[in-house]
Write a new protein. Structure first.
Length: 131
């Protein structure tokens, strides 16, 4: 029984230590943008996610959440448009809005302004066919 409790306590201490280390890394800016986004995501509450989901999109684009997600996507895509490999006027596009507020990194992609526009026009055309 004593062994059991020492194991439980050790695991708990390691867990707290790890959280503390991660927090220190975050504060001291030792994380890459993807790790930062994951850290940010872990600390979002359900209420915050819900707020991000329903706020107007223009307001959403001004949030810290979007800044974290955007930086992570640009970093993952090596600051290049995924369609044409351009490095200028990059934007981050939502493949899906289904998880807005707690997006997976695979929900967004880096595109240049032109490819981004083209992508939305295409989406609009598909939509037009249905109405
Ligand atoms: Zn492009
Ligand atoms: Zn878009």
């Amino acid at each position: 029984m004593r062994l059991f409790w020492s194991i439980v306590i050790t695991i708990f201490i390691l867990w707290v230590w790890e959280l503390y280390e991660l927090q220190q890394d975050f504060k001291k800016d030792r994380l890459n943008p993807i790790q930062k986004y994951e850290y940010h995501l872990k600390h979002l509450t359900k209420v915050q996610i819900r707020r991000l989901k329903i706020m107007p999109y223009s307001e959403y684009l001004k949030t810290e959440h979007w800044q974290f997600l955007r930086s992570a996507a640009l970093y993952r895509d090596k600051y290049k448009c995924l369609d044409c490999a351009s490095r200028s006027s990059l934007q981050v596009h939502h493949r899906t809005y289904a998880r807005r507020g707690c997006e997976r990194l695979s929900d967004v992609m880096t595109l240049c302004e032109d490819c981004h526009k083209a992508k939305h026009e295409k989406r609009q055309n598909i939509f037009d066919k249905f109405i």
